[in-house]
Design a protein around this ligand. Structure first.
Ligand SMILES: C[S@@+](CC[C@H](N)C(=O)[O-])C[C@H]1O[C@@H](n2cnc3c(N)ncnc32)[C@H](O)[C@@H]1O
Length: 255
């Protein structure tokens, strides 16, 4: 399955037009905040994400979106909308945003489909980032929680979709972490994960284990994209969006 989906990785998305408007010409990085500049210098591979994001929270949105032209939130939104479920009557689509940060994914999805159509729930390591996310008003619940600490404080089969953008590079690769997406998302729902090209090999064995166990299925991989086209003075950071359809433990048990 992995290789079959990779062959289709270049297919355009329905919402591709939306993201174009969000990406502008590159800008010099000289006016980044000092924390943003320091992280940019490390290729955003912080040894201590808690300390880095605690410091970066107040200037994260300006640095990321205005200066670095942060690409992956738009790609994440587009991939989520491409697999957006039709909710039951009177229901809102329930999304868990893992490593929600300042709430960019919730904001972008709500701006695209209307805030009344979706219930966003966020977990994140860093209270300062969550404080900014709370101010957006787009999240029903926000909780300080490390993705590495399993099980997450989220009920089984309680979400229609999960998103995780710009986070897994900070999380030690672990099957138990990925298995949480399978546990909390309803069967046939989707998990939309951003993985950097310089980190994918660390996660691949766990991704494949869940595929072999028929707990999820990789259904789409984006083309390779540069996450920070505005950081023109630094080597590009390449990533892809990966969309997994949840098959669920019950299906695996029956198979
Ligand atoms: C690059 S930001 C991405 C935020 C948001 N997803 C977005 O697209 O703007 C990385 C986020 O991951 C969070 N993070 C880092 N390690 C984490 C962990 N182990 N568990 C949960 N969140 C984590 C940081 O606090 C930060 O908010």
């Amino acid at each position: 399955m992995w290789s079959r989906v990779l062959r289709h990785a270049e297919r355009p998305l329905f919402f591709a037009g939306v993201k174009k408007a969000a990406r502008a010409a590159s800008t010099a990085t000289s006016s980044l905040s000092s924390t943003g500049d320091a992280l940019n210098g490390t290729g955003f591979k912080s040894a201590d994400p808690f300390a880095s994001y605690s410091r970066w929270a107040p200037t994260y949105d300006d640095d990321s979106f205005e200066i670095l032209k942060f690409d992956s939130p738009y790609a994440c939104r587009d991939h989520m909308l491409a697999y957006w479920p039709v909710p039951a009557a009177e229901e809102r689509v329930k999304v868990l945003d893992v490593g929600c940060g300042t709430g960019a994914i919730g904001r972008l999805v709500a701006e695209a489909i209307g805030p009344s159509a979706v219930d966003f729930h966020g977990i994140d390591l860093t209270p300062e980032m969550l404080r900014v996310a709370k101010q957006t008003g787009y999240y029903e619940t926000l909780r300080e929680w490390s993705a590495s600490r399993t099980p997450w404080p989220v009920d089984d089969d309680s979400k229609d979709m999960a998103s995780c953008n710009g986070v897994l590079v900070y999380v030690p690769p672990d099957l138990a972490v990925l298995a949480e997406f399978v546990r909390v998302v309803k069967p046939w729902g989707h998990a939309v994960l951003m993985l950097r090209d310089d980190n994918i090999d660390d996660w691949r064995p766990h991704i494949e284990t869940l595929e072999l166990q028929r707990r999820w299925k990789l259904v789409r991989v984006s083309k390779t994209r540069n996450n920070f086209p505005g950081a023109s003075d630094k080597p590009p950071i390449f990533y892809k969006m990966y969309v997994f359809q949840i098959l669920g433990t019950r299906l695996a048990a029956a198979a």
